[in-house]
Design a protein around this ligand. Sequence first.
Ligand SMILES: [Zn+2]
Length: 65
Amino acid sequence: MPELFDDTPPPCPECEERSATPIIYGNPSSEMLVVARLGDIILGGIAEQADAPEWLCSCGKRYRD
Ligand SMILES: [Zn+2]
């Protein structure tokens, strides 16, 4: 089971905040749906694109590591 929720986000390229929310791709489990509802993750959809963003900053910027 990978650790999805304990990562420290990389700094945002726009504002350098480290408070981004992880964007999780794939078919969500019921646990993931609960966590997404709480706002701790964002569900990005079933199919992950090669350059899909991995983080959503509170400033609205989506970015990868
Ligand atoms: Zn930001």
